[in-house]
Design a protein around this ligand. Sequence first.
Ligand code: ADP
Length: 324
Amino acid sequence: MEEIRKIGVLTSGGDAPGMNAAIRAVVRTGIYHGLEVFGIKRGYQGMIEGDIIPLATQDVSGIIQRGGTIIQTARCKEFHQYEGRKKAYDQLMKFDIDAVIVIGGDGSFTGASIMSKEFDIPFIGIPGTIDNDLYGTDYTIGYDTATNTVVEAVDKIRDTASSHGRIFFVEVMGREAGFLALRSGIACGAEGILVPEEKKQLDKLRKYMAERAAKKKSSIIIVAEGDEEGGAIGIAKRIKEEFPELSIRTTILGHIQRGGSPSALDRINASRMGSAAVEALLDDQKSIMIGLVNNEIVHVPLNKTVKMDKDVDRNLLRLAEVLI
Ligand code: ADP
């Protein structure tokens, strides 16, 4: 394998708090090892267009505490086609970039895996998504911050819920994954947690409403947006029809879950994974994702992480039921 001298870093797909900490770690670790580092702006779109800038140590100063991504992110349809990826490759060659570090989710890694094979160029993935739905890592960047954001918001909702004796259905992000709903639900002491990974949850919810809801000062039901029963609005409507005597409200937390200053855990995880990604490249690795398992850095083949599904923690689901 040829020696790696210049590397590119990009953020792609959904943004997540802590991405900046990862960019900073990539840049500074790269420079520490004598590499030149380039920021590829707006994900694969910027790669295709050659929107590529050099990043020096001072360019990543003062960003570790900022949410979002300083090099921006995008969704790029053209990258789905070979012609688009060929244009992207030509731009990498124009800038003499030998390898790319992609901070993103499942979709971004699928694109990286395909392009890596087609053009024999090393791609290293760093998991960045608030959904935590990537196989091969316990944590993705942004998941912990988003959990804290949900907890802070739901604590406030709890105050008004208990003052009025209401039941709140709170919808959190997670179209296909219930990690955020489950972890934040446990932390908020939610009376119900509905996640896409679990079936027949409505029966349990009905039982709770019939037997216990009226006796509680307030109830918080956390619903992942992708829940098979149809999100918080749909479920709240059905429960209201069946239990018209209950005072029910619905809140959709929406995009506040993606923003904000990253938690200390996200900053540290992002710093570790960013640095490990550069070191993996120097170690001749290609087409892998950096993960954290039992608090240790691991390397997972990119095609494995995109093919395999990660299940929610069944022990946490059971715990939620016990603690209600
Ligand atoms: P995430 O990485 O957060 O899952 P997306 O699924 O939107 O976000 O993917 C981000 C980008 O990755 C897409 O806009 C596209 O450019 C690229 N991508 C996703 N899937 C593929 C694919 N099957 N082939 C090539 N590129 C892909």
